[in-house]
Write a protein that binds this ligand. Structure first.
Ligand code: GDP
Ligand code: IMO
Ligand code: MG
Length: 470
C-alpha cells in the first residue's frame, strides 16, 4: 500500500528550455535567510516569528529536534523543535525540508502540543519533505551510548539521535520519510538498519538490542499518521518562488556548530548557515537573496568544546541568571561568555550576511562594565581573524576591550535614540568591531520588544511594515 503525496500548488510552470538556455538564473523573488551566528540559542525563534508576518513560507532546512526555538506571544511561551517558528502566524505555510533529520515521535508530539493549544496545523500549513531522513529509536540510543563510550571526550549532544541519523544518511543506510509511508518497504529497510545497529548496541556497547518487530510496527503507524503532511517540498518551494512567494529560511543551531566551519568535532551534523539551504531545501543557490545573522549581545554555548570568550565563576553565574541561560531542549545550564567580535565577524563573513540582529541587549543591564573580544593570542601569535585553520582552538586566549555598562532597564525602549548613551555606545562599538550593520536590536523575549535600525527584507518584498528603516 502506498499513500499518495498531496501536492500544494503554487501554480506557474517551469520556463521552456529555450528560455533557460538564453538566460542565467535570476530569482524572480529572492528569499531571506536568517541563521544563528554564534553557538546556537541566539534568539532565532523570536526573530523568525517576528519576521514571519511578512512572508508566505517559513522553511527549516537542516538540524532536527536538537533545536529549541522559543517564541513568546502575549506572555505565552511556545518552544518549537522541528516545526518552523512561523507556525504561530495563521495562514503561513511552514516546511520541514529534505536536509532536516526528522524524528516522527518528536514531530507528532509537537503537532499534538500545538493543536491542544488551539493552533491549526493541517497539511495546508505544514509540509514535510518526502526525502528528509528519519530519526529512529536506534539513533537516539546510539547517540547516548556513543557519548558514554567517548567519556571525557564526549560532545555533549542533545541526545536526539542527530549524529547517528546523519551518519546513516552519509553511509546510505538511512530511511527517508517516503520509505516510512510504504509499510512493506519501511519494514525491509528498517530491519536491515536495525540488524546493524543492534549488533553495535549489543556487541560494542554491551546493552540489550532493540525490539525489531515492535519498532517496525510502531514506525509504520507513525508514518501513516504523518502521511498527509509529506510532500515534494523542493518542488513546492521552487514553484512558490516562480509564483512570487516570499520565502524565509530558518536556520537552526549556529554557525560555530556547523559541521564544516564550526569547532569540529564539537559541532552538530549539518551545515547550519545559508550554505546549507540549497542542498537542504532543494532550491537553486541563486534563490537566496539576503542573509541575516542573529547574535546575542554576549555569548553562550551548550555542550562541550572550545569557547574562546568563555567566563567562569560568579561573573558567568550572574550572566546566566540574568539571561535565563538554560537549554530549551535539555535544560542544561549554558556556558556563558563575552561577545566575541572576531567569531561573529567570521560567522557573518562565511554566510555573506549583509546585516545582523543583536538580541538580549536588555540582559546586560546592571552587569557592570562589559568586555568584548577583539582578538586572540596563542603563545606569541596574535589573531585578529578567526583561526579556522587551527586543529585545536582550545588554547586561544582572548584579548578584550572594555566598554562601560549601564544600569537602566531598557526592555521597554523601542527607539534606538531613547537607549541610555552607554547602551547605544555598546551597540555602535560592537557593530564597528564586527564590521557588518546591526539591523535590529532585541530587548526582550516578546514579539514587540524590538528596536529597528536598518533594512532586513529583500527590496521586492516592500518596506511598509516590520523591517522598515527607522
Ligand atoms: P533559539 O534557539 O535561537 O531560538 O533561542 P532559544 O529559544 O533557545 O533561547 C533564546 C531565549 O532568549 C528564549 O528564552 C527567548 O525567549 C529569549 N529571548 C529572545 N530574545 C530575547 C531578548 O532580546 N531579550 C531577552 N531577555 N530574552 C530574549
Ligand atoms: P538551537 O537551534 C545550542 C549543540 C549540543 C552539542 C552539539 C551537538 O536551539 O540554537 P547534537 O545533538 O546536535 O548532535 O549536539 O550541538 N546543539 C545546540 N546548542 N542550540 C541548539 O539549537 C543546538 N543544537 C545542538 O549542545 O554541543
Ligand atoms: Mg535554542
Amino acid at each position: 500500500m502506498r499513500y499518495h503525496l498531496r501536492v500544494l500548488r503554487f501554480a506557474a510552470s517551469y520556463p521552456p528550455p529555450s528560455a533557460l538556455a538564453a538566460t542565467t538564473y535570476s530569482s524572480p523573488m529572492p528569499s531571506l535567510s536568517v541563521f544563528g551566528a554564534q553557538w546556537g540559542d541566539e534568539g532565532k525563534g523570536k526573530i523568525i516569528d517576528l519576521l514571519s508576518d511578512r512572508v508566505d513560507i517559513v522553511v527549516r532546512y537542516q538540524g532536527g529536534a536538537n533545536a529549541g526555538h522559543t517564541v513568546v506571544v502575549d506572555g505565552e511561551k511556545w518552544v518549537l523543535h522541528l516545526i518552523p517558528s512561523g507556525i504561530l502566524h495563521e495562514g503561513k505555510v511552514n516546511m520541514i525540508a529534505a536536509g532536516v533529520a526528522i524524528d516522527p515521535v518528536a514531530l507528532l508530539g509537537e503537532l499534538d502540543g500545538l493543536k491542544e493549544r488551539g493552533v491549526h496545523v493541517g497539511p495546508d500549513r505544514l509540509r514535510v519533505a518526502a526525502n528528509a531522513h528519519v530519526i529512529f529509536e536506534q539513533h537516539k540510543r546510539i547517540d547516548a551510548l556513543s557519548e558514554r563510550w567517548k567519556g571525557a571526550g564526549r560532545i555533549g549532544t542533545t541526545g536526539r539521535g542527530i549524529g547517528p541519523a546523519y551518519g546513516d544518511k552519509a553511509a546510505r543506510t538511512g530511511l527517508r520519510m517516503a520509505d516510512l509511508l510504504d509499510p512493506d518497504h519501511c519494514a525491509d529497510r528498517l530491519r536491515a538498519n536495525l540488524a546493524e545497529k543492534n549488533a553495535v548496541i549489543a556487541r560494542i556497547h554491551e546493552e540489550p538490542p532493540l525490539p525489531v518487530d515492535e519498532l517496525v510496527d510502531r514506525y509504520s503507524a507513525l508514518g501513516k499518521r504523518l502521511a498527509p503532511y509529506v510532500a515534494d517540498t523542493g518542488a513546492e518551494l521552487r514553484a512558490a518562488e516562480r509564483a512570487g512567494k516570499r520565502i524565509l529560511f530558518e536556520g537552526a543551531q549556529g554557525i560555530m556548530l556547523d559541521i564544516d566551519h564550526g569547532t569540529y568535532p564539537f559541532v552538530t551534523s549539518s551545515n547550519t548557515g545559508p550554505g546549507g539551504i540549497p542542498s537542504g531545501a532543494g532550491v537553486p543557490p541563486q534563490m537566496i537573496g539576503r542573509s541575516i545573522g542573529i547574535a546575542k549581545a554576549y555569548c553562550t554555548r551548550v555542550g562541550e568544546g572550545p569557547f574562546p570568550s568563555e567566563i567562569h565563576g560568579d561573573e558567568a553565574e550572574r550572566l546566566r541568571a540574568a539571561g535565563h541561560e538554560y537549554g530549551t531542549t535539555t535544560g542544561r545550564p549554558r556556558r556563558a561568555g563575552h561577545f566575541d567580535a572576531v567569531q561573529v565577524r567570521y560567522g557573518l563573513e562565511i554566510s555573506g550576511a549583509t546585516g545582523w540582529i543583536m538580541t538580549k541587549l536588555d540582559v546586560l543591564a546592571g552587569l557592570g562594565d562589559l568586555n568584548v573580544v577583539v582578538g586572540y593570542r596563542l603563545g606569541d601569535q596574535r589573531f585578529d581573524a578567526y583561526p579556522a585553520h587551527l586543529a585545536d582552538i582550545n588554547g586561544l586566549e582572548m584579548e578584550t576591550e572594555t566598554i562601560p555598562g549601564w544600569t537602566e532597564d531598557i526592555s521597554g525602549i523601542r527607539d534606538f535614540d531613547q537607549l541610555p548613551e552607554t547602551a547605544r555606545a555598546y551597540v555602535d562599538r560592537v557593530e564597528e568591531l564586527v564590521g557588518v550593520p546591526i539591523v535590529m536590536v532585541s530587548v526582550g523575549a516578546e514579539r514587540d520588544a524590538i528596536i529597528k535600525r536598518g533594512e532586513i527584507f529583500e527590496p521586492g518584498w516592500g518596506a511598509e511594515t516590520v523591517g522598515a528603516t527607522g
